[in-house]
Design a protein around this ligand. Structure first.
Ligand SMILES: [Cu+2]
Length: 83
């Protein structure tokens, strides 16, 4: 099980949160998904033997949200995104 944080700069409201959490949560291997509207990021805990990070990114993009520039940089929790 790994935890990754992806930046999703376009999230702006509960609709966005529900769309992203719904799409990512529906993927097999995802244990938990939580969007933080203030930080505009999404924290995903998943089984990395069952699911690739690319599949998670694709699910978010499939809902129409970019996984933004800073955003392509996946960072571990507790670590600042490089800027
Ligand atoms: Cu929204």
């Amino acid at each position: 099980m790994v935890e990754k944080v992806l930046e999703v700069p376009e999230v702006s409201c509960n609709h966005c949160i529900n769309a992203i959490e719904g799409a990512v949560g529906a993927l097999g291997g995802v244990e938990s998904v939580k969007v933080n509207l203030d930080r505009k990021d999404v924290t995903v805990n998943y089984n990395d033997e069952a699911l690739q990070l690319a599949n998670i990114v694709a699910a978010i993009e499939g809902e129409g949200y970019g996984v933004g520039p800073a955003a392509n940089q996946v960072h571990q929790i507790g670590e600042k995104p490089s800027q």
